[in-house]
Write a protein that binds this ligand. Structure first.
Ligand code: IPM
Ligand code: MN
Length: 352
């Protein structure tokens, strides 16, 4: 198969983890006779510096024309208060909107051998859930601004039935091939948007009589994810709550550096690790490349390359079992570098 992939390395540790992901993709291509063509495009702080814009049209164009986008991470403290009011993060939000990536899928995968989670082992046994986070609406994209001479600020949270329906359908379909349970997380005791979510999701659930639907308020869900994480299968939630719950859930897995994600639109999709740009680790060869490599595995699945995905995941499991891991998930005296982890996985794939 031939696939055109736009690659956005981004800021901080982005280039380092993307380098390993591409190395692994190339080993898959070699083994299975695929042709992956990469187009490197700029976004985030590098694009601000070069074009004065965190998401140039040229980058959006390339992403819209390709079969998939592989994204590292963006964010750079030096632009947090820049004079033009432009943040690298604005670029990511713009790209999500322009590609209409309404459904963000974040699997919470536990590798039983890892023990860096501060949560007791007995709570982690059999944990396996996926967060379905709405990604192109809600408080992230509502009207925002200042009034009263800057003394007051506002961010509107708006959802339409259609927006909720689209991701709702995706979540129920996913539940059918899993434990058949959807938990809608909201704040329906306070927020009108949450009440609309409940109405729409309840209606969809009538077409999925084999799927069990339950509801949790966000404050309660935040507690249950720690106290009783095995009760979840699919967590369906809005943009902001999904953002928060995914970082929280990463604590169960030992490291945020392990989490992959897929952002799915009607026609286009993007694959990116959940972690941020981690500027303190930039260039030190210590960043965990597995979040990015497992995002590649979600991309292979999206391409319909199931054998390829299985082999890649087997390679990742082996690297963890052999403790070829970065210091966030193993004892730092025995740890490997970002590059060594990538090399191990590349070699494993080629030698199988
Ligand atoms: C994420 C990130 C982004 C978000 C930031 C970088 C804008 O935290 O993908 O979870 O809030 O969506
Ligand atoms: Mn986040």
């Amino acid at each position: 198969m031939i696939k055109n992939i736009s690659v956005i390395e981004g800021d901080g540790i982005g280039p380092e983890v993307i380098r390993q992901a591409i190395k692994v993709l190339n080993s898959i291509a070699r083994k299975y006779g695929h042709n992956f063509h990469y187009q490197n495009v700029l976004a985030g702080s590098k694009a601000i510096e070069k074009f004065g814009n965190p998401m140039p049209e040229k980058t959006i164009d390339s992403c819209l024309k390709s079969d998939a986008v592989l994204f590292g991470c963006i964010g750079d403290p030096k632009h947090d208060h820049n004079s033009r009011g432009m943040r690298p993060e604005d670029g990511l939000l713009k790209l999500r909107k322009r590609m209409n990536l309404y459904c963000n899928i974040r699997p919470i995968v536990i590798f039983p051998i890892l023990d860096k989670s501060p949560i007791k082992k007995e709570f982690l046994h059999e944990v396996d859930f996926i967060i379905y986070r709405e990604l192109t609406s809600g408080i992230y994209f509502g009207k925002k601004g200042r009034c009263k001479n800057g003394e007051k600020a506002y961010d509107y949270c708006i959802y339409s039935k259609k927006e909720i329906e689209k991701i709702g359908e995706m979540a129920f379909k996913a539940a059918l091939s899993r434990k058949r349970k959807v938990t809608l997380v909201d704040k329906a005791n306070v927020l009108e948007t949450s009440r609309l979510w409940r109405e729409v999701i309840q209606k969809i659930s009538m077409d999925y009589t084999d799927v069990n639907l339950d509801f949790l308020y966000i404050d309660n869900a935040a507690m249950q994810i720690i106290m009783n994480p095995k009760k979840f299968d699919i967590i369906l939630t809005d943009n902001m709550f999904g953002d928060i719950l995914s970082d929280e859930s990463s604590v169960l897995t030992s490291s945020l550096g392990l989490l992959p994600s897929a952002s799915i639109g009607n026609y286009k999709s993007m694959f990116e690790p959940v972690h941020g740009s981690y500027p303190q680790a930039k260039g030190k060869n210590i960043a965990n490349p597995l979040g990015c490599i497992l995002s590649v595995s979600m991309m292979l699945e999206y391409f319909g390359m199931h054998k390829e995905k299985n082999l890649l995941e087997e390679a990742v499991r082996n690297s963890i079992e052999e403790k070829i891991c970065t210091p966030d998930i193993v004892n730092s005296k025995l740890s490997s570098t970002t590059e060594e982890v990538g090399n191990y996985i590349e070699k494993y794939i080629i030698n199988q």
